[in-house]
Structures are given as structure tokens and as C-alpha cells.
Write a protein that binds this ligand. Structure first.
Ligand code: ADP
Ligand code: MG
Length: 598
């Protein structure tokens, strides 16, 4: 049967096209901020109702539009920025040109109020209400110069697109990632964000990029930001006018995920996995396990040496010489870290609030040693640990050891640096990292529900202050926490009251645990639900184990050392801690003898 070709009406066609490029509120926000910046705005305010689904409003003090432009800006291919195809490459276009407003207008209803810069203050501006290709209302209005665009009911006529939006927390994070990135790249523009009439961000104009990073990411970070030093570049990159600047954080102020990796190429925010890897390579082993730095990199390079067509929304880019760019970034990071003199300035536990109203979490100061008896309560122990099992296991599992005869008599020589337990027997020396070992023991026992959860009602319940999104995320796993002996209830949008917790988890450690758990949820929420539950439980148990375990630096009694060694050799996975560090290192006696030429 012959099919009949239907030509879609232009308004339908643009709706479809719009749906392809505008998948979520954050994409609209990006286009609108870019337009305001292009119009030379120095102050931008953003308002969101219902995470932008009901309203996204942007008010700027830029050049504004004439009545004619206000009409034309909604037409497809309306742009004041290029006149021909040749201009496209030269302006370094990352966004789609001349289509943003037309596309947004096809899937929402827009109110535009604008007045051209430089017009006398008593001149009226222009207001136009536009929906699905039609002007619904237009009038002259009194307004300041600049542009005020209100996007109502985004996706109202594309229900499928609306259905595929992620939950509000995720969409909000995506919106804020855009706002943060845009404001990091333009520190001389002031940014304000309001969510459901509450101010979320207030970042006034500052004079340096570093100050902007402090405003946007964390005010306490300032002392711990290291500028990237200039590095010697290979000739190829020099020829491409490659130029790298930016800041990285001190290794001591690690974050729990890569959400603070910001890369800009020719002043546009981009995503690029290779740059992320290069940064981590530059840190080498300077970061604690599972911690990520704060990074803001600005790269300038001739436009023809990047490919912006990797991703339909041009968020990702590729460099012609990826390898060289990666090496340059890793080297700059490494040199920056090597330039550090002295230890990091510790961040205070309670974040100072000033520019931003949302509390930002900063890594707490490591916990000060608490009495041994409290952290490792003694249970009845057999005075002689079963060293047969111990050495058998070492022989079986540690391949580096040369075949040897199993000796039953192993003795604990002592503790080194209050951190390592040293054992010896006729065949060699074994060194155990007490924290890593105990972490593994606690984790395995908790996993098997082997050990009754040790929890105590708190005499003075603790209030933990977190971000609203974190509280929402944590509430979903209340039951899991209570199984681990941590009982809490939500007492406000930003506060949890903790009634009961294991003795080692309190104060900053409690806040840290909740932050880690919430970050994990935010990062992996797209995972298959059953896999997510498994991974989440594993991760939080690991973190609880880490915080409950004895620490490096804790002096141990001989009895406690015996118990720990015994416990370690009775659990699975004993050769690595939960975070993958080794727990045990054995030096065969033969190696000692060889070394001393005996
Ligand atoms: P493009 O930015 O690629 O030109 P858009 O659809 O985003 O395309 O915008 C169309 C035109 O509308 C712009 O070229 C500009 O002239 C005008 N415009 C949009 N937003 C603003 C604004 N905030 N201030 C001044 N003019 C604007
Ligand atoms: Mg635009």
C-alpha cells in the first residue's frame, strides 16, 4: 500500500526540533544565560518555580532589544550574532545559533519585557507574550533597560519529554551546575538565584576568579586553592595558541565526587573525560582514597583544533591533540602541588555562610584520638591467638612469599608508630596496618550481621545541618541507617535530629557520614535500583566501618593487638581494606638475610 507523505506544519516541526535540543530545564537556563552575557549584562538574576517547570525567569541589565528585535527574536534562525555561515566557525559557536528562543517559545509560553540600553529613563520598554508561534499580547510598559524573560509551563505541549524528566533534585542539580559554571567563567558579572522565592545563591561581582570559586563552591576554600603555574608546552600546542590557567584544591580538602570539576574551553563550559583523568593523574597519590579535588581549568586554544560536534548539544568537545593536552594538564597540576610549601590550612568544621545561603560541606578535621577502650572494646579473647590459621592463610594467599615451612609460633613484636602491628615468626616479619585491618573486620562483621549493632541512645540528640536535597535523599534510606544503629528524624528542611548512633560516630563524623551517603545517592541514582541498593549498602557500610575502626595513631594494648590479629584472620577479604588498601605486608626472613648478606 502506498504511503502518503505528510508535510508537518512549521510549528510542529520546530516543536520536534526543540524537543531534541531542549531535554531539560538546565538546557533552557544555559541558552538564556548565554544570551544575557552576549548582551553584555553585568547583573543576572534567575527565578525558578517548581524547579523551572512552572517558571524560569531571567532578568538582566544588558543591551536590551528594540520593539522590532523583540518580535523577531522568536523566529527560527533569528540571530543578531551571525550573518552568514562563514561567521559560524569564527565566533566559536558552542550553542545552536539563532534557534534558542524560537525553540523554547515552541514548547512554552514566554513573556518578554525589554528596553534598549541608553534610551532615556522615561521611555517605555516593550512587552510581548508569545505562545506556540503566536503573539498573544503586546504593549508598551515602564521597565528598566535590559531584558526580562519569563518562560512559563515549559514542555506543556511535549508531554513525552516532560515525562522523561528526572526527579526534581536531579534537574535542580543540573540547573545549578550550569549556573555555577557560567558564573565561574564570568566573575565580573553578578549572579543571583531564587528557588520558589527563596534566595539560593548571591554572588556579587568580584575581582578575581579565585574569589568567584570561593563564592560559588565554598567560601572556606580560598586558602586552599592553588593556582596552576605556567608550564613549558610542546611546539604543537604552542602553535595552536594553547593557554592553560585555573585553580585546583589542596589534596587535604577532597570532595566525595567529581561534581566540582569545571572545565572551560575558550570561555565555554565543556565536559571532557580526558581532562578529568589528566587532573587525577596530576594528583597522583596525593588524594586520600575516594576523594576528588575541586578543579577549575580554563583552556584557550585556536578554535579549529577542537571538535565541538561530538555531542548533539555540544556539551562535550574533543581536542585534535588530546594526548598532549592531557599531559599539559597533568603536568600543570603536578607542578602546582609540588609548589606547595607546608601543610594545608585546615578548613573549619562549620562552614562559614556568607555569599551563599546553602550550607556547603567541607572536609572535617580528622578526629582526635579517643581512648582505646572506647574504640576497641575488649571482648573475652583467647590468650594465644590461633597463629596456625594465620600463617596458613598467608602462605596460601600471599604469592610473594617463598615456599616455607609453616611455623606455629608467631609472636607480636609490638606496635610501630602507633599505626602498624608487627608480628614475627621463624619465616619472616608480618606488618599489619591496624586501621585498614580493623576496617575490614568491622565491615565483614556488619555485612554478615555477625555483630549486634552497637548503638546508644544519645543523651543529647545531635542536630545535623545539611542541604535540603541531601536531607530528602537521606530520608529515603532511614530504615537502612536504623539497621546500622543510626536513628534520626527530619526536623526541618535542612536539619536532621540524630537520637542514636554507634559511639564512634558523632559530631563532625556523623555529618560527614550523612554527606557521603547523600553524595553517593545523588551520583548513582540512575543505576538499576537493585544494583543501586546493593552498592549503596556496601558503600555506607564501608564508610561506617572506616569511621568506627581504630585509627592510625591509636596506641593499642597487647591484648587488643592479639584480638585484632585474630579477628582479621577470621574474616573474608582480609588482605585489603574496604577501600582497597592492603592490610598485611609480609617480609620473608630470607629477604632480610639476603639484604644483610648473612
Ligand atoms: P542567538 O543567541 O544564537 O543569536 P537566540 O535564539 O538565543 O539566538 O536569540 C536570538 C536573538 O535574540 C539574539 O541574537 C539577540 O539579538 C536577541 N536576544 C536574546 N536574548 C537577549 C537578551 N537577554 N538581551 C538582548 N538580546 C537578546
Ligand atoms: Mg542564544
Amino acid at each position: 500500500m502506498a504511503t502518503k507523505i505528510n508535510i508537518l506544519p512549521p510549528q510542529e516541526a520546530i516543536k520536534i526540533a526543540a524537543g531534541e535540543v531542549i531535554e531539560r530545564q538546565a538546557h533552557v537556563v544555559k541558552e538564556l544565560i548565554e544570551n544575557s552575557l552576549d548582551a553584555g549584562a553585568t547583573a543576572i538574576s534567575l527565578y525558578f518555580n517548581d524547579t523551572g517547570k512552572a517558571l524560569i525567569r531571567i532578568v538582566d541589565n544588558g543591551a536590551g532589544m528594540s520593539k522590532e528585535d523583540a518580535h523577531n527574536c522568536f523566529l527560527p534562525h533569528a540571530t543578531s550574532k551571525i550573518k552568514s555561515l562563514d561567521d559560524l566557525t569564527s565566533i566559536g559557536s558552542f550553542g545552536f545559533r539563532g534557534e534558542a528562543l524560537a525553540s523554547i517559545a515552541a514548547i512554552s509560553s514566554i513573556t518578554l519585557i525589554t528596553k534598549e540600553e541608553g534610551t532615556p529613563s522615561d521611555t517605555l520598554g516593550y512587552k510581548i507574550v508569545y505562545c506556540e508561534g503566536t503573539v498573544l499580547e503586546e504593549s508598551a510598559v515602564a521597565c528598566p533597560s535590559g531584558t526580562d524573560i519569563q518562560i512559563h509551563n515549559l514542555f506543556f505541549n511535549t508531554p513525552v519529554r516532560k515525562k522523561f524528566l528526572k526527579n526534581d533534585d536531579t534537574e535542580w542539580n543540573a540547573i545549578m551546575a550550569i549556573v555555577n559554571a557560567m558564573s565561574l567563567a564570568h566573575h565580573s558579572v553578578s549572579f543571583k538565584v531564587f528557588r520558589d522565592n527563596k534566595m539560593i545563591l548571591n554572588a556579587p561581582t568580584v575581582t578575581s576568579q579565585k574569589d568567584r570559586i570561593a563564592q560559588i563552591i565554598d567560601l572556606n576554600l580560598t586558602q586552599n586553592l592553588i593556582p596552576l603555574p605556567p608550564i613549558a608546552l610542546p611546539a604543537i600546542l604552542e602553535k595552536q595558541n594553547f593557554f592553560l590557567t585555573g585553580f585546583i584544591s589542596h589534596p587535604n580538602v577532597g570532595r566525595y565526587n567529581k561534581s566540582h570539576f569545571y572545565f572551560f574551553v575558550n570561555h565555554r563550559w565543556i565536559k571532557n573525560n580526558e581532562l578529568g583523568k589528566a587532573v587525577l593523574k596530576g594528583y597522583d597519590n596525593a588524594l586520600p582514597p575516594q576523594r576528588y579535588p575541586v578543579v577549575c581549568l580554563f583552556i584557550d586554544i585556536d578554535q579549529q583544533h577542537i571538535d565541538v560536534n561530538v555531542h548533539p548539544k555540544k556539551e562535550e568537545i574533543r581536542f585534535t591533540n588530546t594526548g598532549l593536552v592531557g599531559t599539559a594538564v597533568a603536568t600543570a597540576v603536578k607542578n602546582a602541588l609540588e609548589s606547595l610549601a607546608g601543610p594545608a590550612i585546615q578548613e573549619p568544621v562549620t562552614p562559614i555562610q556568607s555569599f551563599t545561603q546553602t550550607p556547603r560541606y567541607t572536609a572535617p578535621i580528622p578526629q582526635i584520638f579517643s581512648p582505646t577502650s572506647e574504640i576497641y572494646p575488649t571482648r573475652p579473647v583467647s590468650p594465644k591467638p590461633n597463629f596456625n590459621t594465620l600463617i596458613n592463610t598467608i602462605v596460601q594467599e600471599q604469592t610473594v612469599i617463598t615456599p616455607k615451612q609453616v611455623q606455629p609460633e608467631f609472636s607480636i613484636t609490638g606496635q610501630l608508630y602507633n599505626t602498624y602491628i608487627v608480628l614475627q615468626d621463624e619465616t619472616g616479619i608480618t606488618i599489619i596496618d591496624q586501621h585498614a585491618a580493623h576496617e575490614r573486620v568491622v565491615y565483614e562483621r556488619k555485612k554478615q550481621s555477625f555483630e549486634k549493632v552497637e548503638t546508644f541512645p544519645l543523651l543529647f540528640p545531635e542536630t545535623v545541618t545539611l542541604e535540603q536535597e541531601q536531607i530528602k535523599a537521606l530520608e529515603k534510606t532511614k530504615k537502612f541507617f536504623s539497621d546500622q544503629g543510626i536513628m534520626f528524624e527530619k526536623i526541618s528542611d535542612r536539619e536532621l535530629l540524630v537520637h542514636a548512633a554507634p559511639p564512634a560516630i558523632k559530631g563532625p563524623t556523623l555529618t560527614e557520614l550523612f554527606c557521603e551517603a547523600a553524595h553517593f545517592m545523588q551520583e548513582f541514582e540512575h543505576m538499576d535500583p537493585s544494583l543501586f541498593t546493593l552498592k549503596y549498602n556496601e558503600y555506607v557500610l564501608g564508610q561506617i566501618a572506616c569511621k568506627t575502626a581504630i585509627k592510625a595513631g591509636d596506641p593499642l594494648t597487647s591484648e587488643q593487638m592479639h584480638q585484632l590479629v585474630n579477628d582479621l584472620f577470621s574474616v573474608d577479604n582480609r588482605f585489603r581494606c574496604v577501600h582497597g588498601r592492603p592490610t598485611i605486608w609480609t617480609i620473608p626472613k630470607a629477604t632480610l638475610e639476603k639484604q644483610f648478606r648473612r
